[in-house]
Design a protein around this ligand. Sequence first.
Ligand code: AMP
Ligand code: MG
Length: 191
Amino acid sequence: MGKKVVVTGVPGVGKTTVINGAMERLAAEGVAYTAVNFGTFMFDVARNEDLVSNRDEMRKLGKDDQKRLQQAAASGIAAMSADANIIIDTHSSVKTPAGFLAGLPAWVLRELMPDMVVLVETDPDQILMRRLGDASRVRDMEGAREITEHQEFNRAVSAAYAMYTGCTIKIVKNENFLLEKGIDDLVSVLR
Ligand code: AMP
Ligand code: MG
């Protein structure tokens, strides 16, 4: 069985950047991982159904649509080789107009059964600045306090994931000017 590692963090914290750095480092060491983006699996279905025109619109969809897309993504990812080591780039919770939606509810966990959930975190002020500087995405406008609340909720809901699956929870910091340190931390748990 390959290792299944779920990497999460609030939008703009730099999950994808840390994952890409870790993948590069691991490839150089001969450790093979396949990285998949959960949101991309959802978006492929959503776009086909003409529900959205960009990936940032998905979190505004009705709860039932989001859950259906989530289920489709989980099945698609679960269908990948059981022998492969897989990193799943996703969210512990998604901030929707109706409140926080669990990124890994029971039916998703049953499909994925991760060995580990990684929480990528940093200072809310840093996340705020990163969002402002990212023209490629439609990031939510929120203050540092709301970002803190979201990061706190992500830790809380991740405790439930640990209870459900027996996975470990690893916190990785992606602080300004310390990306390499974050990558080192992630690599150390993926080897
Ligand atoms: P990302 O590119 O990681 O920011 O993901 C884009 C979008 O995909 C998010 O804003 C969510 O709407 C959706 N998404 C990703 N992972 C999940 C998940 N586990 N559950 C629900 N929605 C998700
Ligand atoms: Mg990303």
